[in-house]
Design a protein around this ligand. Structure first.
Ligand code: NOJ
Length: 550
């Protein structure tokens, strides 16, 4: 194991309320999740990222908190949460939680007080304007559902700023009291035992908002300050941030340029996410090769978090119009599959036509690319989406555990469920569930277990360096390598449907008993690496050599 756990982690993202319901009230809870830790340990997960767990009116699935020091009573008590941390630790699993401090719910007592009077001690905790800001209709994150970023509040007799929905007023990060409070919030959860935070909406947190200026400057030093605090309170805690900005703007989120990563440890690789989808749509790895080449150099300790699906729509806004159209045409052709004019509200299995070979190829590729892989719950069994639900709820349906009623998620009456289970068609729980796949060693779940275990034996993916192998290969094939302390891994992924042969003999001098460690089928031995067969949508993970440390 390397020095930094997050570089060799497998992160699993879930919403407690749709995972497992232990008390039959229709809502998943901490006790239910505790009961599934053995499942997660067997899968090979080493870190859970829990979507927001705080009390909330749940108008944005918990990303609208009313109390940062407590848990949503629907999920259990703080005691249950502490128990979860303990039991997860016993299973060798760390827990990180969402830190959503760009904004609060408008029902948060701070905002209620702030709006009640200009003299409220909390007035300056939010961002106000006495007059209508000229940029009121600019900068919306949810176009179509959100119409402005400044809203007039009659009680306050002033306009307040909200980067997201109007029930999510932005906190005023320039106020030292707000900064102190955010530190206190992180301290509280670290003291309870979390291993860090997935920081929501970081570019907006550090925005020094001014009415009328849609391009407000950003205070990156704030990130340095918060990192120092978090790291002092718990040395091995990590910050994993959502910052969906252009790649050339990313390095400054990792560190101040002095060479050490003194801000955010890990950033989600949104650019790679869009390009992976483009590469799958075009059956052409070019976009991934570009991504590997364009990846900014990270400071020491900086790390990418890769993903194919998360709890939001797939955001294609950083692709060109042509590229975006290709992805939409292939994976989200119906208007009902699209969201906010930029994304797709579907899970991966249905996007890939439930083609098992294609699903394996996609996840084998994600998990072999540089960084720490993040997996969304249910993807490991190939769950589908429910497009009859609103917006992003389509991909937030309950986990499908078994053939029992409500997919074994809950014993409540179906109408009491937090969200309906998928119970029809190809992706209905009768077809897609953990129990059925557990019985079948050839299931997708079984494959995920093997793939994740194999990754554990290839730590150079997480903690080494990854490069494209720039030799002539057949169309559709991506060849890349990961080099690190533990040796070298070579990866072949065929995005096309034709069977091909790949010549990697230029690598032969480096090889030491090269061997396939994961592949879509049993191929002939790698031999001299000059005639590597690769099926359409096939993949081969080859250990080229082991490093001196082992
Ligand atoms: C980003 C989260 O991923 C998304 O689900 C949420 O709606 C917004 N931030 C607002 O908090």
């Amino acid at each position: 194991m390397g020095d930094r756990w997050y570089q060799e982690a497998v992160v699993y993202c879930l919403d407690v309320d749709t995972y497992a319901d232990s008390d039959g009230d229709g809502v998943g809870d901490f006790q239910g999740l505790i009961g599934r830790l053995d499942y997660l340990a067997r899968l090979g997960v080493t870190c859970l990222w829990l979507n927001p767990i705080h009390p909330s009116p749940n108008k944005d699935d918990g990303y609208d908190a009313t109390d940062f020091y407590n848990v949503d009573p629907r999920l259990g008590t703080l005691g249950d949460f502490a128990e979860l941390l303990h039991q997860a630790q016993n299973h060798g699993i760390r827990v990180i939680i969402d830190l959503v401090v760009n904004h609060t719910s408008d029902q948060h007592p701070w905002f209620q007080s702030a709006r009640s009077s200009p003299d409220s001690p909390y007035r300056d905790w939010y961002v106000w304007s006495d007059h209508e800001p000229a940029d009121r209709h600019q900068g919306m994150v949810f176009p179509g559902e959100q119409h402005e970023t400044w809203t007039y509040d009659r009680t306050a007799k002033a306009w307040f700023y909200h980067r997201f929905y109007k029930f999510q007023p932005d906190l005023n990060i320039e106020n030292p009291k707000v900064r102190a409070e955010i530190k206190k919030i992180t301290s509280f959860w670290l003291q309870l035992g979390v291993s860090g935070f997935r920081m929501d909406a970081v570019p907006f947190i550090i925005e020094k908002t001014e009415p009328g200026n849609p391009n407000a400057p950003k205070d990156f030093d704030y990130l340095t300050d918060l990192r120092q605090h978090v790291q002092w309170r718990r040395g091995d805690a990590v910050l994993l941030a959502e910052a969906n900005v252009e790649p050339d703007q990313l390095p400054v989120y990792f560190g101040d340029g002095s060479g050490s990563g003194n801000r955010i440890h890990m950033l989600f690789d949104f650019m790679l996410n869009g390009r992976l989808m483009l590469a799958f749509a075009r059956e052409d790895p070019e976009a991934i090769i570009d991504a590997l080449r364009d990846t900014p150099k990270l400071p020491t300790g900086g790390q990418w978090a890769t993903f194919l699906r998360n709890h939001d729509e797939i955001d294609l806004s950083r692709l060109t119009a042509d590229q975006r159209n290709d992805v939409l045409a292939t994976f989200g052709p119906d208007e009902n599959m699209q969201l906010y004019g930029r994304g797709i509200r579907r899970r991966l299995a249905p996007m890939l036509g439930n083609d098992r070979r294609h699903i394996e190829l996609a996840y084998a590729l994600q998990f072999s690319l540089r960084g720490t892989p993040v997996l969304r719950y249910g993807e490991e069994i190939g769950m589908g989406e429910d497009l009859s639900l609103k917006g992003r709820d389509a991909i937030r349906t309950p986990m499908q555990w078994s053939y029992k009623d409500n997919a074994g998620f809950s014993t409540a009456e179906p109408e009491k469920l937090v969200r309906p289970v998928i119970d029809k068609g190809e992706y209905g729980y009768q077809q897609v569930n953990v129990t059925a796949q557990r019985k079948d060693p050839r299931s997708l779940l079984g494959w995920f277990e093997r793939m994740i275990r194999t990754l554990r034996e290839a730590p150079e993916v997480g903690s080494g360096s990854t490069t494209h192998i720039d030799v002539p290969v057949p169309a559709g094939v991506l060849a890349h390598r990961a080099d690190g302390r533990t040796g070298t891994m070579v990866f072949l992924h065929n995005l096309g449907t034709e069977d091909v042969e790949v010549d990697l003999s230029t690598l032969a001098p480096e090889a030491d008993l090269p061997i396939d460690v994961l592949s879509d089928r049993n191929y002939e031995d790698v031999g001299k690496l000059d005639r590597l067969k690769l099926a359409g949508h096939g993949y081969r993970w080859i250990r080229l050599c082991r490093g001196g440390a082992l």
